[in-house]
Design a protein around this ligand. Structure first.
Ligand code: SF4
Length: 204
């Protein structure tokens, strides 16, 4: 099973920045059996790109499901570690689809990041409380960007936390002091925009 893939934005980002960026995805919002894979999703469910288009193609959906099932097992850590080495990844976006459905699952990713200290990991997430509760355990090579469209949006401190905001135009985005990460995904992270934690995305 291929665990790391490249969607078009990730591919374009890799090319532009000369890095080997891959994404990992599980089903958006709910698994095939109805288990929540994005427990704190709210507004985003309406515009979730991972619930439409290419993500819904017949061969794509079962792959997401298989990755989700694997992520629940103890063997996930070693399987992902092997895949990272095989692909020679330098950067990994955890979840182009889905979110951290449990604390145990999040801790598995921390372990994977610790096993691969030269690789940089990042996630957009609606699991604000979960991340804040285990802040002390986040590896240095892991970055979180809080999404502003989930159930815990009130827990985001916009003056301190790296967070997203969606805009209709680049003009509006820049006027509010956000950095534009619409086309280059890594611009959302602390490694590329260390001084600006305001991550702007333009809706399309
Ligand atoms: S958290 Fe992400 S993947 Fe899940 S429903 Fe919201 S936009 Fe979609």
């Amino acid at each position: 099973m291929t665990l790391l893939t490249q969607n078009s934005k990730i591919k374009a980002t890799s090319k532009l920045l000369g890095v080997k960026l891959f994404n990992f995805g599980i089903p958006a919002y709910k698994s095939a059996s109805g288990k929540l894979t994005c427990p704190m999703a709210k507004e985003c469910i309406k515009f979730c790109y991972a619930r439409k288009g290419a993500y819904k193609w017949s061969n794509v959906q079962p792959a997401f499901e298989k990755r989700y099932q694997l992520s629940k097992t103890a063997g996930f850590i070693d399987a992902m570690h092997t895949e990272i080495k095989r692909k020679k990844a330098t950067h990994i976006r955890v979840h182009d689809s889905g979110d951290f459905y449990s604390r145990e699952y999040m801790l598995k990713w921390f372990k994977i990041a610790e096993m691969n200290p030269d690789v940089r990991f990042y996630s957009y997430t609606n699991m604000i409380a979960m991340v804040k509760n285990i802040k002390h355990l986040i590896p240095k090579n892991y970055d979180f960007i809080f999404s502003d469209s989930g159930k815990q949006v009130d827990q985001i401190d916009k003056s301190k936390d790296r967070h997203t905001k969606i805009f209709k135009s680049e003009q509006d985005l820049l006027a509010e002091g956000y950095s534009n990460s619409s086309k280059v995904d890594l611009y959302a992270t602390k490694w590329f925009t260390p001084l600006n934690k305001k991550v702007g995305l333009i809706i399309h």
